[in-house]
Design a protein around this ligand. Sequence first.
Ligand SMILES: [Fe+2]
Ligand SMILES: [Fe+2]
Length: 318
Amino acid sequence: MSEKEVKNLEEVFEARIARDEKIEPKDWMPEKYRQTHIRQMSQHAHSEIVGMLPEGNWITRAPSLRRKAALLAKVQDEAGHGLYLYSACETLGISRDELYEQLHSGKAKYSSIFNYPTVTWADMGAVGWLVDGAAIINQVPLCNTSFGPYARAMVRVCKEESFHQRQGFEIMLTLCRGSEEQKAMAQDALNRWWWPSLMMLGPTDAESVHTEQSMKWKLKRKSNDELRQQFIDQTVPQADLLGITVPDPDLKWNEETGHYDFGEIDWDEFWQVVKGHGPCNKERMNARVNAWNNGEWVRDAAMAHAEKNANKKVAKAS
Ligand SMILES: [Fe+2]
Ligand SMILES: [Fe+2]
């Protein structure tokens, strides 16, 4: 293809995005668009799958049958989210095996929040309330992103995330209305999850390298700092309602801006965790790699079964 032809294709492509048309897997797309989507969707898929681990940790210890059923359902939803996203990613010409390989080798990233431990039952409340809450803020704009399979997957994902957020908040509410010890547990969980949740919205705009291109492709509609402010503005009144305190002495309502002012985020901590030095990075990766290795016999058996069936059909036909 000549340079001019490529340029024409690019123009047509950008115009389609500007008109809010969806780009489908078999449509022509610039290589950078394909690669960016593989990177972002796989990172998202890995986050869903690794995100099952901190909560899976509490399924056997949930305090009641009702809590156990809700937590099981939530963790299964996350598995489903991972599967939609891996499938959407595969439509761009990368295999599931390659995607897993990238995760297991450390080449691909996942959300750094899942490298923190869940040490008490109240963490199930804080994770649902704050982590799924921040995820919704990140994900709702993706329902309108330009790549069709990603946008469609996100519609269902977001509906399920809002159930996750509410079940987390309801755990917090129950603890906060309970005994002094229960309320203290809820406060302790908020203390530990607040700052990492703010970091989930990504580095500040000045440090975010992909923002401009992602805005153009509608992979992003608002900057990280805008999303973070939205999260804080919506979450602080919920903490007030619970009667627990956000662990930020600089947090206060600003009449003039109509937003909360907040304190400095410890970005050193963020980059340490991203680089693999968080409290649970090794544990999370070991769990995923072991799950892959332990599942080998299942994959082999499924392949052997499929082959046997295919041979039978050939034999019958001949
Ligand atoms: Fe999810
Ligand atoms: Fe979720």
